[in-house]
Write a protein that binds this ligand. Structure first.
Ligand code: FAD
Ligand code: DHB
Length: 389
């Protein structure tokens, strides 16, 4: 087979890039290791920046999003029984959008299928060849049959555990990493939200987050030990612990119910530099990971897609390599700022095993500053709603 851009990974980055390129008549083939149902079953992000929403609009995939999303003008930060609000609208003029990653992915799959876009599921043994030449190609197997795609470019949108980053020789890239000594246990429940906006809570028992998907679907998280498994946490144990980690007046309002999904995610900060090797471009989680506090993962993947899509457009429409040549530099400049925000917010909100009394006092001082200082609130709001592309 032949195409313009071979896209490895059918998660949100790969699908969005493929659909955006399609609007400009640029062809792509998406290779996904799993089934569509598997990808749609992964419960992940819930908060979208305006930049991501604009990309969905540009891709022609935002109708259901606009009809079903929730617009949040602020968020709450709690510590102990204190709770205060950061007003995004007041400080930045921009809200955030609550619409699940599952729904984003569903809309993108639908659009790709409607346009007869080529997506191969259940692919195995993906290998990227000659990425540092003018004639890259990708081989893979489906149902035991080997296939080959010749292409102009390869987009590595295959997440943290994908093959794309590993294709780049070790002496051509540098990796930066911080692993946090805890994870997040998340549950999804068909219950109404406790509050009209999210609550991020720093409690002496550890972090908790009350999020939502719609008026009868909630997503709750608690900080947990890295050795915990889903089986260690019955629904009852989860709710009991969650209630202890949010202000008492909120705990009273909590409506519990059976979980319909439960999963544990470790927390990690990770960046690869550069995000390009020859004709291979890394995009999204394939190039960087943030801890989930602050909801930057999917949104940072979206800004990569923006830079790469515009670079490729410039190449195909104007014959200019300028955009693709500056892709890594432009994407990384924004990535590092999202890394900083996610690291800062994670450090502020979690309990660390080796935290000293001094460290705890620093958290309280920082939370007090954020509660009472307008400049601090503006800085938080600007980062939360998303820095400009
Ligand atoms: P992925 O979603 O990982 O997609 C990569 C795809 O590539 C997968 O479908 C995978 O099956 C496929 N693949 C892998 N290897 C291969 C291979 N060899 N060949 C072919 N295909 C392959 N982000 C936010 O912005 N807001 C949030 O609120 C938020 N909350 C989160 C909560 C949790 C609990 C977690 C775990 C993450 C959260 N994130 C959030 C992060 C967000 O989900 C990710 O950043 C996002 O999924 C990245 O998209 P991606 O397409 O780059 O990678
Ligand atoms: C969700 C996840 C996050 O990491 C976050 O900061 C906010 C919301 C969510 O899954 O709803």
């Amino acid at each position: 087979m032949k195409t313009n851009v071979a896209i490895i990974g059918g998660g949100p980055s790969g699908l969005l890039l493929s659909q955006l390129l399609h609007t400009r008549g640029i062809e792509s083939i998406v290779l996904e290791r799993k089934t569509k149902d598997y990808v749609l079953g992964r419960i992940r992000a819930g908060v979208l920046e305006q930049g991501m929403v604009s990309l969905m609009e540009e891709a022609g995939c935002a109708d259901r999003l606009h009809a079903e999303c929730f617009v949040h003008d602020g968020t709450f930060v709690a510590y102990g029984d204190e709770m205060f609000r950061i007003d995004f609208k007041e400080h930045t003029g921009t809200p955030v959008i609550v619409y699940g990653q599952t729904e984003v992915t569903r809309d993108l799959y639908e659009a790709r299928e409607k346009a007869d876009g080529q997506i191969e599921f259940n692919v195995e043994d993906v290998v990227i060849h000659n990425a540092d030449s003018d004639a890259p190609y990708v081989t893979y197997t489906v149902d035991g049959q080997e296939r080959r795609i010749d292409c102009d470019f390869v987009a590595g949108c295959d997440g943290f555990h994908g093959v794309s980053r590993k294709t780049i020789p070790a002496d051509k890239l540098r990796e930066y990493e911080k692993v946090y000594p805890f994870g997040w246990l998340g549950i999804l429940s068909e219950t109404p939200p406790i509050n009209h906006e999210l609550i991020y809570s720093n409690s002496e028992r550890g972090f908790a987050l009350a999020s939502m998907r719609n008026e009868n679907l909630c997503r709750y998280y608690i900080q947990c030990s890295l050795s915990d498994t889903e089986e260690d946490w019955s629904d009852e144990a989860f709710w009991e612990e969650f209630k202890k980690r949010i202000p008492a007046d909120q705990a009273e309002k909590l409506i519990t119910g059976p979980s319909i999904e439960k999963s544990i995610a470790p927390l990690r900060s990770f960046v690869t530099e550069p995000m390009r090797w020859g004709r291979l471009f890394l995009c999204g989680d394939a190039a960087h990971i943030v801890p989930p506090t602050g909801a930057k993962g999917l949104n940072t993947a979206a800004s990569d897609v923006h830079y790469l899509y515009n670079g490729l457009r410039d190449y195909y429409e104007n014959g200019s390599s300028k955009g693709i040549d500056s892709y890594s530099e432009k994407a990384l400049a924004r990535v590092w700022k999202a890394e900083r925000f996610s690291w800062w917010f994670s450090s502020l909100m979690h309990r660390y095993p080796d935290q000293t009394e001094f460290d705890l006092k620093m958290q309280v001082a920082e939370l007090e500053y954020l509660r009472s200082n307008e400049a601090a609130q503006r800085a938080m709001a600007e980062n939360y709603v998303g820095l400009p592309y």
